[in-house]
Ligand binder design. Structure first.
Ligand code: GDP
Ligand code: MG
Length: 839
């Protein structure tokens, strides 16, 4: 009897809650726990939902939810022979009978043909079903009942299957049995002498999100082969316990039954639901389809069958799942989305989704076995395994890895140099062409100083970004990246992270935004959050222009060392922060995870280019969007107002000088040489005053006023108001810092915007007023302090938005803003103040 069979006014005791995952959890949290009494208060006019009273308060459930809660009703107890004629039923008796009913465990045996299901079934139940090497003449399930301790086991021996797809009648049978009869525990019987193939079915059971116990049958054959398996660790990785058995000798049966009880009673600590990772592209599709399946009106289906499982199956073009979804209201929407996702995934990989998902599953299995299964040295190994043992070797793995990383960075910057020069030349050419085309005035200034000055300085880094992502895509598509995760795992564990965190961190050197999106590959939420939060310390390529500018200007001798130091400081800060966050914020214990070992593939040019492009696109969007807008705003803030109250004083001075020189020239009446000299003198004097006028105007501009507002705060770090403004504008995107410095330090010069002149301009810059009047603004110490600040402070707005989106919480985004900016201030303050004592 289930809760839905009760009428208003009737009472019963809960004996069991069926259903799975999230549904079960929610129901249990509401108080529907075995042994508790429920009564029906009232039904809604249309019979649904129904209001119940449980543990003293009222809860309403939909009918399809109530159907999953088994109860023992008062009326049933009174029908039992012992109670006939005894009048009313006492509550304690009802409770007792309910507890008895709650100790009935429904178990189903699932496994490949010939894995020993029937042998175990017979051993456990004492029956004599036919055992042997034949497959599916009839498809049916044998059922046996037996007692162990207080528990009654009802065990079903299901036909053998390799998979839960709709290919064969056996498979359909098993699948329907699991989803419709909803056994309390599924026992997955595995032939230990053939782990890889047998675990394939296991991955599908994991997708189904049901309670599992693994049986490693034929353990005798595993031991004889000389191979060994750490079944406890395998259990931790896959999220359910494994029991080794030898069915033919009856060994391990008792332990198995005990484990089934533990799992049934939710006492088993290894039990947790894990997700097999199908890779970014497929996971995106799964997520979208799941979103459509998870509509409240579909709950009658997804409370019983995991929406993730259905979504994966739909992507695999599984017919049975299509039939299943046909009954849903938003069926057509779902199918349209499935078709679109399949199309997207297949065009991205140039391979059909069925084999992509199978590959991912085998990659998952290979990864799990790599950590738990030790192969006997003498046994023959597959080539890919041989390659794997070299690449992920304890000693050789690391040098190979370091070499490839070095190659990546060297290639990125070395090869990137040429296209970078071309783009730079193109930007200059455009600027010059436009300068000749447009008439002097605001529009010309806007285009040349604002737009080209800002965006042009940034776009030259596009080749570096493309190349970095090209190398990363190559490593990913060949399958090397998955191996790098193995190599980095030990190192990453030292800072409390998982090997998988390494990929997003590496990608962070390109741009933090796609890097933060790629943290999705990490299963553990804690690891994902930490990886996200430390990612801004990876010097993205947006910070590179700042480094290059200052290093070229002030560290001519130690260019390479200082650049390396900036990256190194970032990495150290990331490590330190990871350790700190783990100690202070995320205290949950470590969870082991399977690191997938996908098969090695020869990447196709098309897919590599496509992956590279997907990531570079985000960078281009940033240039076209945020950076363009920010450049224009900054330019405008510095451009207006055009007049100041002191303008006439400068104009007067210029006029006086002009007239003085005109007189002087008239008086000389001598050689043209002296006249030319005088003229030269006049021009340079006027130029000087014009410059002063311009910098006075700038001081008075909106941005100048803003800079002066924050300057007192920044002065202890060695920064003047222009640098302060550059820091403020860098919040939009760090590349803008260079553009801002360019606009602020060279205004009043010929509209020559190339960075060479900016470098000399920075070198010559002196304080115009104040206690340091006449001293150089930039010393190597100030430059270093500034680079450090740029490295650490506020990740750009796009990154903050990405963190907020991926963490699902504004708090993390706000935290990272405060944390990084605070750290930057402290760091630069210390460097500048301590440095000043020595220099
Ligand atoms: P089913 O198809 O999964 O039901 O498998 P069966 O129970 O019919 O077993 C297939 C064969 O494996 C039979 O010949 C069994 O005797 C044998 N077998 C079952 N368990 C073990 C075991 O643990 N070790 C060994 N060596 N053989 C076993
Ligand atoms: Mg059998």
């Amino acid at each position: 009897m289930t809760l839905s069979d009760l009428s208003p006014g009737e009472k019963g005791v809960i004996t069991k809650v069926r259903g799975r995952g999230a549904f079960r959890k929610r129901i249990l949290e509401m108080g529907f726990v075995a042994g508790k009494e429920v009564s029906v208060i009232q039904r809604a006019p249309l019979m649904d939902p129904v209001e119940y009273n449980v543990m003293g308060y009222n809860v309403s459930l939909r009918n399809n939810e109530a159907m999953l809660i088994e109860i023992l009703a008062e009326s049933e107890v009174s029908k039992l022979p012992e109670f006939l004629g005894s009048g009313s039923v006492e509550g304690s008796l009802l409770g007792y009978t309910a507890r008895q009913k709650g100790k009935v465990i429904n178990v189903a045996l699932v496994g490949n043909p010939n894995s020993g299901k029937t042998t175990l079934f017979n051993r456990a139940s004492g029956s004599r079903e036919h055992v042997g090497n034949y497959s599916g003449v009839t498809i049916d399930a044998k059922e046996a009942r037996f007692q162990k301790d207080d528990y009654t086991f009802i065990v079903t021996d299901l036909p053998g299957t390799y998979s839960i797809t709709a290919y064969s009648p056996e498979e359909l049978f098993v699948r329907d049995f699991i989803t419709e009869s909803m056994p309390d525990v599924i026992v997955n019987i595995i032939d230990s002498s053939n782990l890889e193939r047998n675990l394939y079915l296991t991955t599908q059971l994991i997708d189904m999100d049901i309670k599992l116990v693994g049986v490693l049958n034929m353990y005798d054959e595993l031991s004889e082969s000389g191979n060994s398996l750490d079944h406890v660790q395998l259990g931790h990785l896959l999220g359910f316990p494994f029991i080794p058995t030898i069915g033919s000798k009856g060994k391990g049966i008792n332990e198995l039954l005990q484990k089934i009880i533990d799992v049934y009673e939710d006492r088993e600590t290894t039990l947790r639901h894990i997700h097999i990772n199908y890779g970014e592209v497929i996971e995106q599709g799964i997520g979208r389809i799941q979103g459509l399946l998870r509509k409240p009106e579909n709950s009658y289906l997804i409370d019983k069958i995991s929406s993730r499982f259905i979504a994966i199956k739909l992507i695999e073009k599984d017919r049975a799942s299509e039939v299943l979804t046909e009954q849903l209201q938003n069926y057509s929407e779902i199918i349209a989305s499935v078709d679109a996702e399949i199309e997207r995934i297949e065009s991205s990989f140039q391979q059909d989704t069925e084999s992509l998902i199978a590959d991912a599953k085998y990659g998952f299995i290979a990864g799990a076995l790599r950590e738990t299964f030790k192969v006997n040295e003498i046994t023959q190994r597959k080539t890919s395994e041989v390659v794997d043992t070299i690449i992920t070797h304890k000693v050789w793995g690391i040098p190979i890895f370091i070499f490839l990383m070095w190659l990546t960075f060297y290639g990125t910057f070395r090869l990137g140099k040429y296209p970078m020069e071309w783009i730079e030349a193109l930007v200059e050419l455009t600027s010059a062409q436009l300068g000749g085309l447009l008439a002097d005035g605001m529009l010309k200034d806007l285009f040349i100083q604002g737009i080209i000055g800002g965006v042009g300085g940034v776009i030259i880094f596009l080749p570096n970004i493309l190349l970095l992502y090209l190398f990363i895509s190559l490593m990913e598509d060949t399958g090397y990246m998955a191996r790098a995760v193995f190599i980095m795992d030990k190192v990453m564990h030292k800072i409390g992270l998982h090997g998988k965190s390494f990929i997003p961190l590496l990608m962070g050197f390109g741009c933090n935004v796609p890097a933060i999106l790629s943290t999705r590959i990490i299963e553990s939420r804690r690891d994902r959050l930490i990886t996200m939060l430390i990612n801004p310390f990876m010097s993205c390529s947006a910070r590179l222009p700042v480094y290059i500018l200052f290093i070229s200007a002030f560290f001519v001798q130690y260019q390479g060392t200082i650049l390396f130091a900036m990256y190194g400081i970032g990495v150290m800060l990331a490590i330190g922060s990871a350790l700190l966050f783990r100690k202070a914020i995320f205290k949950q214990p470590d969870m082991p995870f399977v690191m997938e070992l996908p098969p090695y593939r020869t990447p196709t040019l098309r897919t590599v280019l496509k992956h590279m492009w997907n990531r570079a696109e985000q960078y281009l969007r940033k240039i076209g969007g945020v950076i363009l807008v920010a450049s224009i705003i900054i330019w405008a803030l510095g451009y207006f107002p055009r007049e100041t109250k002191d303008d006439h004083l400068y104009d007067q001075k210029i006029a006086t000088i002009s007239s003085q020189y005109s007189k002087a020239i008239l008086q000389t009446q001598q050689s043209s040489k002296i006249i030319a000299n005088l003229k030269q003198d006049e021009i340079s004097k006027i130029q000087e005053i014009s410059n002063n006028k311009e910098s006075n105007r700038q001081l008075n501009s909106y941005i100048g006023r803003l800079g002066h507002l924050v300057e007192p705060v920044m002065r202890p770090l060695g920064f003047d108001w222009k640098m302060s403004v550059a820091i403020l504008t860098g919040v939009a995107a760090k590349e803008i810092t260079v553009g801002t410095l360019g606009v602020l330090y060279q205004a009043g010069q010929d509209a020559d915007e190339n960075s060479a002149s900016l470098i000399t301009k920075l070198q010559q810059q002196t304080h115009p007023a104040g206690p340091k009047k006449g001293q150089k603004v930039f010393t190597p110490l100030v430059a270093f302090s500034f680079m450090l600040f740029i490295l650490i402070y506020f990740p750009c707005v796009a990154v903050v938005a990405a963190i907020r989106k991926e963490s699902g919480n504004w708090k993390y985004a706000a935290f990272i803003v405060i944390y990084t900016t605070g750290l930057a201030y402290l760091g630069s303050l210390m460097v500048y103040q301590i440095g000043r004592l020595f220099i």
